[in-house]
Design a protein. Structure first.
Length: 295
């Protein structure tokens, strides 16, 4: 089988991350004492050994905001020294007066492919990240999003179900940007009503041809690898977006809190087992290569 692309993982130095080096704070993925430490590329490579992963994409890990360039610099240097990762999604503040000042600095790093500014907001304060649910509607945010397009970057889009209508409108207004939906829309309410709302929101996003969905972080809210839930999310997501607009990501080391990499890969392979080999290749490798320009 064609090698897998892990399109969402992190490496880090604990000292650079306020949420890891400061006091313990409630997080959506539960207690995280085991990962309050350095997670270097060597450990990541040991975790993926024998998994079939041949390339990876680093996604920003919420360093202190003023250190946005240092994060990308450090990951770029790691890649130059070790050959991993193969692409970088960095952070930039799209609520800044003019994000081009930040993008100019990040543009110097060859592996930069996209930007992630987490927008997810929830009624539950523990699930809340953004200051407000409607940042996508702010004029300054939209002006800065146009600059993301000018720099030829993708945008890793992280929203909850209640924000999907705004997200779909954002994607429609910026057709030149590829929006990569994080964690398949972050399904946190697995009641029948929750699934229905999530499905309806995902359908709105799927209408936009420049939105792709990442099958990652599917254990975030249940703190385990649940094959039934992974299979259900994968089945409905692929049905809506098609295999050419779906991609796999591990979200390691977050998911390392409750699973080994082999278990995680096996669950995703099982979820995709009924798809044709060519479609499995797109989801596990091809879409990520195209979206993050890995070839």
């Amino acid at each position: 089988m064609t090698g897998i692309v892990d399109a969402h993982h992190h490496i880090w130095r604990q000292s650079d991350l306020p949420w890891l080096s400061g006091p313990m704070l409630p997080r959506i993925f539960g207690p995280y004492e085991p990962i309050r430490r350095d997670y270097p590329i060597g450990e990541y490579l040991a975790d993926i050994a024998a998994s079939g992963v041949t390339r990876s994409v680093y996604v920003q890990a919420n360093w202190a905001r003023d250190d946005f360039e240092e994060e990308v610099r450090w990951v770029q240097r790691t890649a130059e020294e070790t050959g991993w990762p193969h692409a970088i999604v960095g952070y930039a503040d799209l609520m800044a007066a003019d994000v081009r000042r930040q993008l100019d600095r990040l543009d110097a790093y060859p592996l930069l492919r996209g930007i992630r500014m987490q927008l997810h907001w929830h009624d539950n304060p523990q699930y809340r990240f953004a200051a407000r649910p409607d940042l996508m509607r702010e004029p300054v945010f939209r002006r800065n999003m146009s600059y993301v397009a000018e720099y030829g970057l993708s945008f890793d889009l992280q929203v909850f179900t209640s924000q999907m209508q705004d997200a779909a409108e954002l994607a429609a207004d910026f057709p030149d940007i590829t929006f990569i939906l994080q964690h398949a829309g972050m399904l946190e309410d697995i009641s029948p009503q929750g699934w229905d709302a999530w499905r309806n929101g995902m359908a709105k996003l799927a209408v936009q041809p420049n939105v792709v969905s990442k099958l990652s972080g599917l254990g975030t809210f249940i703190h385990k690898v649940d094959r039934k839930i992974i299979a259900g999310i994968a089945r409905e997501t692929v049905a809506l977006f098609g295999p050419g607009r779906c991609l796999f990501g591990s979200n390691f080391p977050i998911e390392k809190l409750w699973a080994g990499y082999g278990e995680l890969i096996a669950a995703h392979r099982a979820a995709l087992a009924n798809h044709a080999p060519a479609d499995q290749e797109k989801i596990l490798s091809g879409t990520a290569k195209r979206v993050y320009r890995l070839d």
